[in-house]
Design a protein. Structure first.
Length: 359
Protein backbone atom coordinates (compact mmCIF):
# COMPACT_ATOMS: atom_id res chain seq x y z
CA UNK A 1 0.00 0.00 0.00
CA UNK A 2 1.27 3.48 -0.77
CA UNK A 3 2.32 5.63 2.16
CA UNK A 4 -0.27 8.27 3.20
CA UNK A 5 2.27 11.06 2.72
CA UNK A 6 3.04 9.82 -0.77
CA UNK A 7 -0.67 9.71 -1.57
CA UNK A 8 -1.19 13.29 -0.37
CA UNK A 9 1.89 14.42 -2.26
CA UNK A 10 0.63 12.80 -5.47
CA UNK A 11 -2.86 14.26 -5.46
CA UNK A 12 -1.65 17.72 -4.48
CA UNK A 13 0.88 17.61 -7.29
CA UNK A 14 -1.73 16.43 -9.80
CA UNK A 15 -4.63 18.60 -8.61
CA UNK A 16 -5.49 22.22 -9.30
CA UNK A 17 -8.55 22.98 -7.19
CA UNK A 18 -8.85 22.11 -3.48
CA UNK A 19 -11.65 22.32 -0.93
CA UNK A 20 -11.06 22.80 2.79
CA UNK A 21 -14.02 21.87 4.97
CA UNK A 22 -13.41 23.73 8.20
CA UNK A 23 -14.97 22.92 11.55
CA UNK A 24 -18.41 24.63 11.42
CA UNK A 25 -18.06 25.63 15.09
CA UNK A 26 -14.99 27.69 14.12
CA UNK A 27 -12.94 25.99 16.81
CA UNK A 28 -9.73 28.05 16.99
CA UNK A 29 -7.23 25.21 16.57
CA UNK A 30 -9.02 23.96 13.44
CA UNK A 31 -9.68 27.48 12.12
CA UNK A 32 -6.03 28.56 12.29
CA UNK A 33 -4.82 25.21 10.92
CA UNK A 34 -7.25 25.35 8.00
CA UNK A 35 -6.11 28.85 7.02
CA UNK A 36 -2.51 27.75 7.40
CA UNK A 37 -3.20 24.86 5.01
CA UNK A 38 -4.91 27.28 2.62
CA UNK A 39 -1.77 29.43 2.47
CA UNK A 40 0.42 26.36 1.98
CA UNK A 41 -1.64 25.11 -0.96
CA UNK A 42 -1.87 28.59 -2.49
CA UNK A 43 1.90 28.96 -2.28
CA UNK A 44 2.09 25.78 -4.36
CA UNK A 45 -0.04 27.49 -7.04
CA UNK A 46 -3.35 25.84 -6.15
CA UNK A 47 -6.88 27.24 -6.18
CA UNK A 48 -8.27 26.85 -2.64
CA UNK A 49 -11.71 27.37 -1.12
CA UNK A 50 -12.67 27.17 2.57
CA UNK A 51 -16.21 26.37 3.68
CA UNK A 52 -18.12 27.48 5.65
CA UNK A 53 -16.96 31.08 5.18
CA UNK A 54 -15.79 32.82 8.32
CA UNK A 55 -18.27 35.48 9.49
CA UNK A 56 -16.95 39.02 9.11
CA UNK A 57 -17.13 39.70 12.85
CA UNK A 58 -15.01 36.62 13.61
CA UNK A 59 -12.55 37.46 10.83
CA UNK A 60 -12.18 40.95 12.30
CA UNK A 61 -11.27 39.41 15.64
CA UNK A 62 -8.48 37.38 14.03
CA UNK A 63 -7.31 40.03 11.55
CA UNK A 64 -5.01 40.41 9.75
CA UNK A 65 -4.05 36.72 9.58
CA UNK A 66 -7.62 35.70 8.77
CA UNK A 67 -9.39 37.88 6.25
CA UNK A 68 -12.95 37.15 5.14
CA UNK A 69 -12.44 38.89 1.78
CA UNK A 70 -9.38 36.74 1.07
CA UNK A 71 -11.60 33.67 0.96
CA UNK A 72 -13.56 34.06 -2.29
CA UNK A 73 -16.98 32.56 -2.75
CA UNK A 74 -17.02 29.22 -4.50
CA UNK A 75 -17.73 29.87 -8.21
CA UNK A 76 -20.85 28.38 -9.75
CA UNK A 77 -20.87 27.00 -13.26
CA UNK A 78 -23.72 27.81 -15.63
CA UNK A 79 -25.11 24.88 -17.59
CA UNK A 80 -27.28 25.25 -20.71
CA UNK A 81 -29.32 22.12 -21.39
CA UNK A 82 -30.72 21.37 -24.84
CA UNK A 83 -33.22 18.52 -25.21
CA UNK A 84 -31.74 15.49 -26.97
CA UNK A 85 -34.85 15.41 -29.13
CA UNK A 86 -33.58 18.55 -30.87
CA UNK A 87 -31.09 17.76 -33.64
CA UNK A 88 -28.34 20.37 -33.95
CA UNK A 89 -26.82 21.64 -37.14
CA UNK A 90 -24.13 23.65 -35.39
CA UNK A 91 -23.13 25.16 -32.05
CA UNK A 92 -20.41 27.78 -31.98
CA UNK A 93 -18.99 30.70 -29.97
CA UNK A 94 -18.98 34.21 -31.46
CA UNK A 95 -16.48 36.68 -30.04
CA UNK A 96 -18.29 40.01 -30.09
CA UNK A 97 -16.89 43.39 -28.96
CA UNK A 98 -18.66 43.36 -25.60
CA UNK A 99 -19.59 39.70 -25.10
CA UNK A 100 -19.11 36.10 -26.15
CA UNK A 101 -22.24 34.59 -27.69
CA UNK A 102 -23.17 30.94 -27.90
CA UNK A 103 -24.95 30.35 -31.19
CA UNK A 104 -27.12 27.23 -31.52
CA UNK A 105 -28.36 26.24 -34.96
CA UNK A 106 -30.97 23.46 -34.81
CA UNK A 107 -31.90 21.27 -37.76
CA UNK A 108 -35.54 21.69 -36.76
CA UNK A 109 -37.48 24.15 -34.64
CA UNK A 110 -35.96 25.14 -31.28
CA UNK A 111 -37.78 27.57 -29.02
CA UNK A 112 -36.04 29.58 -26.30
CA UNK A 113 -38.36 28.06 -23.72
CA UNK A 114 -36.93 24.64 -24.63
CA UNK A 115 -33.54 25.68 -23.27
CA UNK A 116 -32.86 25.12 -19.57
CA UNK A 117 -30.24 27.34 -17.92
CA UNK A 118 -29.17 26.21 -14.47
CA UNK A 119 -26.31 26.45 -12.00
CA UNK A 120 -23.92 23.53 -11.69
CA UNK A 121 -21.62 22.66 -8.76
CA UNK A 122 -17.89 23.30 -8.96
CA UNK A 123 -15.58 20.29 -9.24
CA UNK A 124 -12.83 19.88 -6.64
CA UNK A 125 -9.74 17.72 -7.13
CA UNK A 126 -9.46 16.87 -3.43
CA UNK A 127 -10.81 17.86 -0.03
CA UNK A 128 -9.27 18.33 3.41
CA UNK A 129 -11.79 18.02 6.26
CA UNK A 130 -11.06 19.28 9.78
CA UNK A 131 -13.45 16.82 11.42
CA UNK A 132 -13.88 13.05 11.35
CA UNK A 133 -17.58 12.69 10.55
CA UNK A 134 -17.96 11.74 6.88
CA UNK A 135 -21.71 12.38 6.94
CA UNK A 136 -21.03 15.95 8.07
CA UNK A 137 -19.00 16.51 4.89
CA UNK A 138 -21.76 15.07 2.74
CA UNK A 139 -24.38 17.30 4.37
CA UNK A 140 -22.42 20.53 4.00
CA UNK A 141 -24.36 22.97 1.85
CA UNK A 142 -21.35 23.76 -0.30
CA UNK A 143 -21.93 24.11 -4.07
CA UNK A 144 -19.29 21.57 -5.05
CA UNK A 145 -19.00 18.12 -6.51
CA UNK A 146 -17.64 16.00 -3.65
CA UNK A 147 -14.31 14.37 -4.54
CA UNK A 148 -14.25 10.57 -4.29
CA UNK A 149 -13.39 9.09 -0.89
CA UNK A 150 -9.82 8.28 -1.90
CA UNK A 151 -9.21 11.99 -2.48
CA UNK A 152 -10.49 13.15 0.90
CA UNK A 153 -8.20 13.67 3.87
CA UNK A 154 -9.74 13.91 7.34
CA UNK A 155 -7.49 15.89 9.71
CA UNK A 156 -8.52 15.13 13.28
CA UNK A 157 -7.07 15.45 16.74
CA UNK A 158 -5.47 12.40 18.28
CA UNK A 159 -1.95 11.87 19.57
CA UNK A 160 -0.70 14.46 17.08
CA UNK A 161 -1.98 18.01 16.80
CA UNK A 162 -3.60 19.57 13.75
CA UNK A 163 -0.62 21.91 13.36
CA UNK A 164 1.75 18.91 13.16
CA UNK A 165 -0.39 17.28 10.48
CA UNK A 166 -0.59 20.44 8.37
CA UNK A 167 3.16 20.90 8.76
CA UNK A 168 3.66 17.35 7.45
CA UNK A 169 1.57 18.19 4.39
CA UNK A 170 3.75 21.23 3.77
CA UNK A 171 6.94 19.20 4.12
CA UNK A 172 5.83 16.31 1.96
CA UNK A 173 4.12 18.16 -0.83
CA UNK A 174 5.36 21.63 -1.45
CA UNK A 175 8.89 22.12 -0.23
CA UNK A 176 8.10 23.48 3.24
CA UNK A 177 6.13 26.61 2.27
CA UNK A 178 5.22 26.94 5.96
CA UNK A 179 8.44 28.97 6.17
CA UNK A 180 6.24 31.94 5.26
CA UNK A 181 5.92 34.02 8.45
CA UNK A 182 2.13 34.39 8.24
CA UNK A 183 1.65 30.66 7.65
CA UNK A 184 4.03 29.80 10.48
CA UNK A 185 2.14 32.18 12.79
CA UNK A 186 -1.20 30.56 11.93
CA UNK A 187 0.17 27.09 12.68
CA UNK A 188 1.79 28.36 15.88
CA UNK A 189 -1.57 29.84 16.97
CA UNK A 190 -3.31 26.55 16.14
CA UNK A 191 -0.74 24.65 18.22
CA UNK A 192 -1.22 27.01 21.19
CA UNK A 193 -5.02 26.78 20.93
CA UNK A 194 -5.05 22.99 20.83
CA UNK A 195 -2.54 22.49 23.67
CA UNK A 196 -3.62 25.29 26.03
CA UNK A 197 -0.45 27.24 25.24
CA UNK A 198 1.63 24.02 25.28
CA UNK A 199 0.54 23.18 28.83
CA UNK A 200 -1.17 19.93 27.81
CA UNK A 201 1.47 18.68 25.36
CA UNK A 202 2.40 15.04 25.94
CA UNK A 203 4.51 14.38 22.83
CA UNK A 204 7.98 15.86 22.19
CA UNK A 205 7.29 16.50 18.45
CA UNK A 206 4.79 19.23 19.38
CA UNK A 207 7.51 21.14 21.25
CA UNK A 208 9.87 20.54 18.35
CA UNK A 209 7.30 21.94 15.92
CA UNK A 210 6.87 25.06 18.07
CA UNK A 211 10.60 25.66 17.80
CA UNK A 212 10.67 25.10 14.05
CA UNK A 213 7.74 27.45 13.49
CA UNK A 214 9.52 30.16 15.47
CA UNK A 215 12.61 29.57 13.33
CA UNK A 216 10.38 30.03 10.26
CA UNK A 217 9.31 33.45 11.47
CA UNK A 218 6.19 32.69 13.50
CA UNK A 219 5.27 35.80 15.47
CA UNK A 220 4.61 34.41 18.93
CA UNK A 221 3.19 37.70 20.24
CA UNK A 222 0.68 37.86 17.36
CA UNK A 223 -0.37 34.25 17.94
CA UNK A 224 -0.96 34.88 21.64
CA UNK A 225 -2.89 38.05 20.82
CA UNK A 226 -5.22 36.07 18.53
CA UNK A 227 -6.02 33.78 21.45
CA UNK A 228 -6.40 36.53 24.05
CA UNK A 229 -9.88 36.96 25.45
CA UNK A 230 -10.80 40.64 25.62
CA UNK A 231 -14.04 40.72 27.55
CA UNK A 232 -16.80 43.30 27.43
CA UNK A 233 -18.26 44.41 30.80
CA UNK A 234 -21.36 42.28 30.11
CA UNK A 235 -19.21 39.23 29.36
CA UNK A 236 -17.17 39.79 32.51
CA UNK A 237 -20.36 39.87 34.59
CA UNK A 238 -21.64 36.74 32.88
CA UNK A 239 -18.39 34.85 33.46
CA UNK A 240 -18.53 35.90 37.09
CA UNK A 241 -21.97 34.30 37.32
CA UNK A 242 -20.66 31.18 35.57
CA UNK A 243 -17.80 30.81 38.06
CA UNK A 244 -20.19 31.35 40.98
CA UNK A 245 -22.33 28.52 39.63
CA UNK A 246 -19.43 26.10 39.07
CA UNK A 247 -18.53 23.26 41.42
CA UNK A 248 -15.99 20.46 41.19
CA UNK A 249 -17.04 16.84 41.42
CA UNK A 250 -14.24 14.65 42.88
CA UNK A 251 -16.29 11.50 42.26
CA UNK A 252 -16.43 12.09 38.48
CA UNK A 253 -13.19 14.11 38.34
CA UNK A 254 -15.21 16.78 36.54
CA UNK A 255 -16.78 20.21 37.04
CA UNK A 256 -20.41 21.27 36.81
CA UNK A 257 -21.74 24.67 35.72
CA UNK A 258 -25.46 25.53 35.73
CA UNK A 259 -26.73 28.69 34.00
CA UNK A 260 -30.37 29.77 33.81
CA UNK A 261 -32.00 31.95 31.17
CA UNK A 262 -32.01 34.69 33.82
CA UNK A 263 -28.19 34.69 33.83
CA UNK A 264 -28.16 35.48 30.11
CA UNK A 265 -30.92 38.10 30.38
CA UNK A 266 -29.42 39.91 33.38
CA UNK A 267 -26.01 40.28 31.68
CA UNK A 268 -27.35 40.98 28.18
CA UNK A 269 -25.41 38.17 26.48
CA UNK A 270 -26.62 35.40 24.20
CA UNK A 271 -25.48 31.77 23.97
CA UNK A 272 -22.79 31.35 21.31
CA UNK A 273 -19.79 29.07 20.61
CA UNK A 274 -17.43 31.96 21.37
CA UNK A 275 -19.09 32.64 24.73
CA UNK A 276 -18.97 28.96 25.70
CA UNK A 277 -15.26 28.75 24.83
CA UNK A 278 -14.68 31.76 27.10
CA UNK A 279 -16.58 30.03 29.92
CA UNK A 280 -14.62 26.80 29.63
CA UNK A 281 -11.28 28.64 29.33
CA UNK A 282 -12.02 30.75 32.41
CA UNK A 283 -13.17 27.77 34.46
CA UNK A 284 -10.08 25.76 33.48
CA UNK A 285 -7.74 28.63 34.36
CA UNK A 286 -9.51 29.12 37.71
CA UNK A 287 -9.96 25.57 39.03
CA UNK A 288 -7.31 23.79 36.96
CA UNK A 289 -7.62 21.38 34.07
CA UNK A 290 -9.90 18.38 34.51
CA UNK A 291 -10.71 15.56 32.07
CA UNK A 292 -14.25 16.87 31.61
CA UNK A 293 -16.12 20.16 32.17
CA UNK A 294 -19.94 19.98 32.13
CA UNK A 295 -22.11 22.99 31.29
CA UNK A 296 -25.90 22.91 31.57
CA UNK A 297 -27.70 26.03 30.41
CA UNK A 298 -31.33 26.99 29.87
CA UNK A 299 -32.48 27.76 26.33
CA UNK A 300 -35.65 26.03 25.18
CA UNK A 301 -34.96 23.28 27.69
CA UNK A 302 -31.75 22.42 29.50
CA UNK A 303 -28.95 22.09 26.96
CA UNK A 304 -25.67 20.39 27.74
CA UNK A 305 -22.11 21.02 26.60
CA UNK A 306 -18.91 19.23 27.51
CA UNK A 307 -15.29 20.35 27.18
CA UNK A 308 -12.03 18.78 28.25
CA UNK A 309 -9.53 16.24 27.02
CA UNK A 310 -9.97 14.59 23.65
CA UNK A 311 -10.16 11.04 24.97
CA UNK A 312 -12.65 11.97 27.70
CA UNK A 313 -14.85 13.79 25.17
CA UNK A 314 -14.85 10.81 22.82
CA UNK A 315 -15.87 8.48 25.64
CA UNK A 316 -18.60 10.91 26.67
CA UNK A 317 -19.92 11.04 23.09
CA UNK A 318 -20.07 7.23 23.01
CA UNK A 319 -22.00 7.09 26.29
CA UNK A 320 -24.56 9.63 25.10
CA UNK A 321 -24.82 8.15 21.62
CA UNK A 322 -23.98 11.45 19.90
CA UNK A 323 -21.57 12.13 17.06
CA UNK A 324 -18.28 13.68 18.04
CA UNK A 325 -16.52 15.88 15.53
CA UNK A 326 -13.02 16.54 16.75
CA UNK A 327 -13.01 19.81 18.66
CA UNK A 328 -12.93 21.35 22.10
CA UNK A 329 -16.69 21.27 22.82
CA UNK A 330 -19.18 18.42 22.59
CA UNK A 331 -22.91 19.09 22.42
CA UNK A 332 -25.01 16.64 24.39
CA UNK A 333 -28.73 16.00 24.90
CA UNK A 334 -31.49 18.47 25.85
CA UNK A 335 -33.35 17.81 29.13
CA UNK A 336 -36.57 19.25 30.59
CA UNK A 337 -35.04 20.24 33.96
CA UNK A 338 -31.64 20.83 35.56
CA UNK A 339 -32.17 18.00 38.03
CA UNK A 340 -32.94 15.50 35.29
CA UNK A 341 -29.90 16.66 33.33
CA UNK A 342 -27.60 16.19 36.33
CA UNK A 343 -29.04 12.80 37.28
CA UNK A 344 -28.83 11.39 33.74
CA UNK A 345 -25.36 12.76 33.02
CA UNK A 346 -23.99 11.55 36.32
CA UNK A 347 -25.40 8.05 35.78
CA UNK A 348 -24.11 7.75 32.21
CA UNK A 349 -20.64 8.93 33.14
CA UNK A 350 -20.47 6.51 36.04
CA UNK A 351 -21.48 3.63 33.75
CA UNK A 352 -18.33 4.21 31.71
CA UNK A 353 -16.14 2.29 34.13
CA UNK A 354 -14.90 3.09 37.60
CA UNK A 355 -17.14 6.15 37.87
CA UNK A 356 -14.27 8.62 37.55
CA UNK A 357 -13.32 10.28 34.29
CA UNK A 358 -9.70 9.78 33.31
CA UNK A 359 -7.75 11.87 30.85
Amino acid sequence: MPDAKDTIKEFIASGKRFFIASDPSFDEAALFASYGLKKILESAGKEVYIFPPVPEALAARYAPLINASANPAIPRKIKIRIPKSVALEEMRYDDEPDAISIVISPKTHLDIKDLLIERAPYEMDAAFCFFDDETQFEKMEAPIVRPPRERRIYLVRNVRTLAEKVWDIAQSSAGAPASNADTATLLFASLLAETDHLRTVSNPPAFQLAGRLLECGARAADARRLLARTLTPDQSQFLGRALARTTTDPVLNASWTFLSSRDFAKTNVSPSPELFRMIFDRIASTIGRLPIFILCYEQGGIRTLFAGDEQALRRTAERFGVLYSSGSVLAGPVFPTFSEAETTIRQLLKEGGDGKMQS
